[in-house]
Design a protein around this ligand. Structure first.
Ligand code: NAD
Length: 267
């Protein structure tokens, strides 16, 4: 998509961090923004920042793990600003701890937001985007944990590998409709992801509110969300599939692919 100006764009998880930065960057490019999040105060702040910069934005309280709420979001987006051409399925939660310690509630929460949230976005928006016949672009936020695995991040990694696989396939499926697809795979970004528990619904909290917080030694630099947003804008314009934000990703990625290559039989 060369021209973002005048488009309607939806960003889930736009009340904080990467989603907020993407929303503000899209607004600077001339898009009208629909922000979706469970954090109403944060959404109001994002909408206010965009309005202060002369842009147009509305916030719609949406839990992406709930399909009806995401359908309602699409209705609101179309009625507020007309056909949606850019969809950023970005809302996500962090989940730390060994896989052997994960409870059903942990899995339900992290899969509900990180995987079903993206699927609900597709169900609510893709048929309408296709029906409009104007093309567009979808950005799904995965993580470098969608391409590389780490101890104590297994549940999160499971969800992000799913988002990468879904995005790679979606790109092929939507090519015929001129809808591009990118998958965002950052390493460390300076956001509130480590405080993701703040958004865990009561019925999915573990008894005694137990959650595991190891001091994870993140690989690579922690970069500002604005830097990620700049890469997202460039990828939308050039219709790039992978958005990799850290050059430090290269060596571990090479090691993984080398191991896969070595496992392929020669006969
Ligand atoms: N920060 C990092 O280092 C990093 C690295 C790789 C990938 N990511 C991914 O980036 C995305 C954005 O996270 P962030 O780092 O900006 O964290 P963040 O916590 O600052 O922002 C996440 C946003 O998602 C919202 N959210 C949570 N549950 C929701 C739900 N059920 N419905 C709607 N909104 C919900 C939160 O309220 C918050 O506004 C996530 O998908 C995350 O997995 C982050």
């Amino acid at each position: 998509m060369e021209d973002i100006k005048g488009c309607t764009a939806v960003v889930t998880g736009g009340a904080s961090g990467i989603g907020r930065a993407i929303a503000i960057a899209l607004s600077r490019e001339g898009a009208r923004l629909v922000i979706a999040d469970v954090d109403e105060a944060g959404m109001t702040e994002t909408v206010g920042t965009i309005a202060h910069g002369g842009g147009k934005a509305v916030g719609v309280r949406t839990d992406v793990s709930n399909p009806d709420e995401v359908q309602a979001l699409a209705d609101r987006a179309w009625s507020a600003f007309g056909p949606v051409r850019i969809l950023c399925n970005n809302a996500g939660v962090g989940m730390f701890g060994g896989l052997e310690t994960m409870t059903l509630r942990d899995w339900t929460w992290v899969m509900g937001v990180n995987v079903w949230g993206v699927i609900h976005g597709l169900l609510a928006f893709v048929p309408r985007m296709i029906a409009e016949g104007e093309g567009g672009h979808i950005v799904n936020t995965a993580s470098i944990s969608g391409l590389l695995s780490n101890a104590y991040l297994g549940a999160y990694t499971t969800t992000k590998y799913a988002v990468v696989g879904l995005s790679e396939s979606l790109r092929k499926d939507l090519k015929a409709y001129s809808i591009g697809v990118s998958v965002l795979c950052p390493m460390g970004v300076d956001t509130r992801i480590a405080e993701a528990e703040r958004n865990r619904p009561k019925h999915l909290k573990n008894p005694g509110n137990q959650s595991f917080s190891p001091s994870l030694d993140f690989l690579g630099r922690i970069i500002p969300p604005t830097q990620v947003a700049d890469r997202v804008i460039a990828a939308i314009k050039k219709n790039e599939l992978y958005i990799i934000t850290h050059k430090e990703s290269l060596e571990p990625l090479r090691r993984r692919f080398r191991r896969i290559e070595d496992a392929v039989p020669s006969d």
